[in-house]
Ligand binder design. Structure first.
Ligand SMILES: Nc1ncnc2c1ncn2[C@@H]1O[C@H](COP(=O)(O)OP(=O)(O)OP(=O)(O)O)[C@@H](O)[C@H]1O
Ligand SMILES: [Mg+2]
Length: 378
């Protein structure tokens, strides 16, 4: 049963559109929503194929609802804006906010509108079957997270990507979502000739194959979608588009790793929303521990399930007065893996060669390998 949600204050519009939509299709359920926000809630909860925001709805409310739907559902659900008239400017801003299309009602019949809605719903359903037909396309998405900078997120993400691709025989995609200051290119010795910025520019026609073309191939076999080379390009990269890119990346890898900036913003929440596991990285100093504790509390408040987040302690043998057990108690969670501090790490970072491959016998490489084996588990 395909579910289509329509939001518009005008009951006549709702009923007429519903009538045409259901007239010759038995397997369509149409749900009316009083407001765009309610439409978004229902669409996410019922996994609708399309949400239609009618011509009398408030456009700002429709925009924020569409952004929410596309952050939560990616291309599983198509947002459609129906407006009195549609010009290029409106179409562009609608697309940027996660609408699949904007349709003008001037000169259009209810049959035309219903055809556009049916097409959008069908495209969302096709997308689902192409990616494995259900919530969980087989890929596992893992976000490396900390609200603090410099704790080793990028070291971990780049090493995990390279190690899993070359030693554990999995297809790996690494997305660098530290859009302003992403370091994965440097850490993996890759040239940022193409980046996520290019993928976003081509978003309207983006599919997995095209996305693949925007990724840099590391010699380990990992594919990496690099951060933009110019920090100001980060602004044009919306959460809705990143959400779609994560979905497409799942077609290209068994494991999709996401590196993030050191903060908890909408972009990072989008990555966490789409993740099967979150690796929270902390180091052995009080500010890092305090930050980790607070950010994990925040994630719990936001309703993320227990068990989504796993703790990784980096630089765990530093000559500090804190014991790992104390850290676990303070953060209120069990540490999955402890990565020791080692001068080999900055040395490998500076050479652009992951330490896990370059110095496999070192303790730091062994603990990264242990973490990698955990990450590939279902
Ligand atoms: N286990 C380790 N031993 C020694 N040095 C380390 C270790 N892990 C990370 N470092 C060093 O710490 C620095 C910061 O690491 P990294 O860039 O991965 O942090 P980050 O959390 O990604 O920071 P940002 O949020 O600023 O991107 C690196 O240059 C690296 O050399
Ligand atoms: Mg980083």
């Amino acid at each position: 049963m395909a579910i289509i949600v329509i939001s518009d204050p005008d009951r006549d519009f709702l009923q007429r559109l519903e009538k045409v939509l259901t007239s010759d299709a038995q397997d369509v359920e149409v749900i009316h929503a009083a407001t765009p926000a309610e439409a978004a809630d229902v669409a996410i909860e019922r996994d609708a194929c399309a949400v239609v925001y009618g011509p009398a709805t408030s456009q700002p409310a429709a925009y924020s609802a569409a952004e929410r739907v596309s952050a939560a559902a990616g291309m599983r659900t198509a947002n459609l804006l129906i407006s009195r008239t549609v010009d290029a400017e409106l179409l562009r801003s609608a697309m940027r906010s996660g609408f699949r299309d904007a349709i003008g009602i001037e000169g259009a019949t209810y049959g035309d509108l219903a055809a556009a809605v049916t097409d959008a719903c069908q495209a969302a359903l096709n997308y689902r079957s192409a990616t494995g037909d259900d919530e969980t396309a087989s890929a596992k998405v893992v976000t490396v997270f900390s609200t603090k900078g410099g704790v080793g997120k990028s070291v971990l993400a780049s090493n995990l990507a390279a190690y899993i691709a070359s030693k554990l025989d999995k297809r790996v995609v690494l997305l660098d979502l530290d859009l302003e200051f992403g370091d994965d290119a440097v850490m993996l010795g890759l040239q940022p000739t193409r980046t996520i910025y290019d993928a976003v520019q081509a978003y309207e026609r983006l599919d997995a194959e095209l996305l693949d073309g925007f990724m840099q191939k590391h010699q380990s076999g990992a594919k990496v979608l690099l951060a933009p080379t110019q920090p100001e390009h980060a602004e044009s990269i919306t959460t809705a588009r990143v959400s779609g890119i994560i979905d497409l990346a799942k077609e290209l890898g068994d494991i999709v790793l996401i590196d993030t900036p050191g903060r908890l913003d909408e972009m990072v929440l989008t990555a966490i929303d789409r993740s099967d596991e979150v690796l929270a990285v902390a180091t052995m100093d009080l500010p890092s521990i305090k930050n980790t504790k607070v950010s994990l509390q925040k994630l719990r408040q936001l309703g993320y399930r227990n068990g989504l987040v796993k703790l990784v302690l980096n630089r765990a043998d530093s000559k500090v007065f804190l014991e790992p057990a104390e850290v676990e108690r303070a953060i209120g969670g069990e540490v999955l893996v402890r990565i020791p501090s080692d001068r080999l790490v900055p040395r490998s970072v500076n050479r652009g060669v992951p330490v896990s491959l370059d110095q496999p016998k070192s303790d730091v490489a062994k603990s990264l390998a242990e973490l990698a084996k955990h990450v590939i588990k279902d």
